[in-house]
Design a protein around this ligand. Structure first.
Ligand code: SAM
Length: 258
């Protein structure tokens, strides 16, 4: 009996202590007005996306009718520097078609190891600049080493976030994404941030493996059709300018900010 009472007594003291602890914790967990702002933004963003069961190469999130592909991890970065790449993609054809001029500011979004960044840097010359943006710090450090190895001085690496390229407003003449857009976890937010970073009249170029062509041996979620790219880009006020179809396995779809 005594033992029971003493246990009851301990139990009620324990309950009181627990109640006080819980009250303190819930007070601590009360969102500040800044937190509610962030939560509201996240909720608004989420209404753009539909959750689905993830497919093998997807993240289980659909945007405008397609599932978003998983990000290529930095562990696979060697594939970006493979010897056969120049022959497979013919980057010189793309660069010629873009007609970049010395002194321009270009943003290579999702630059990876910088395979395109240094080639873009050559086109804009020492008076121009290439912002090389990536979301993986490991990619940024590989890119920095590549640029140092090549003696390239006009590439500025930028660690972006999943939702923003973090570039100065109205600072960029041309933004390019090579094999990137289909794997952006927040394509709408990133595209908004790119549009903000473009100068009026600036261009944004989507380079994607051609989904229309079954002979292009790339996983389906890592390819995009021209129709899909145009649907998504024009939803952000971008005007389609032209599609470059001279590349072996990709297409480059060019838009202009009005
Ligand atoms: C397939 S790799 C292509 C790299 C490079 N464009 C090339 O062609 O060599 C895709 C890159 O996009 C980057 N990426 C994914 N989401 C991103 C985001 N939200 N912002 C910036 N980079 C992103 C990845 O980290 C990865 O380096």
């Amino acid at each position: 009996m005594h033992r029971t009472r003493s246990r009851n007594c301990r139990t009620s003291r324990t309950h009181r202590t627990l109640a006080i602890l819980l009250a303190c914790l819930s007070a601590l967990a009360l969102p500040s007005s800044a937190d509610t702002g962030v939560a509201a933004q996240a909720a608004a963003a989420d209404t753009r996306y539909e959750r689905v069961v993830p497919s093998r190469d997807g993240i289980g999130k659909r945007y405008m009718g397609r599932e978003i592909a998983g990000v290529m991890g930095w562990e696979g970065a060697q594939w970006l520097e493979r010897d056969s790449r120049a022959r497979e993609e013919r980057p010189e054809l793309l660069l010629r078609a873009l007609a970049l001029a010395p002194g321009m500011t270009v943003a290579d979004i999702g630059a990876g190891t910088g395979y395109y960044a240094w080639q873009l840097a050559k086109q804009v010359g020492p008076g121009g600049r290439v912002y090389a943006v990536d979301v993986q710090p490991e990619m940024i450090s590989m890119l920095d080493s590549q640029m140092a190895k090549r003696g390239v001085r006009n590439v500025v690496s930028v660690l972006g976030s999943e939702t923003s390229v973090k570039l100065p407003v109205a600072s960029v003449d041309l933004a390019i994404m090579v094999d990137v857009y289909h794997e952006l976890a927040y394509p709408a937010e990133v595209l908004d941030s790119i549009v903000r970073a473009l100068k009026p009249g600036g261009r944004v170029v989507f380079v994607e493996y051609r989904a229309e062509d079954p002979a292009v041996a790339i996983k389906p979620l890592h390819k995009m059709s021209e129709t899909q790219v145009r649907r998504e880009a024009t939803a952000h006020g971008l005007q389609w300018e032209r599609s470059i179809e001279s590349l072996p396995i990709q297409h480059a779809i060019v838009f202009r900010k009005p």
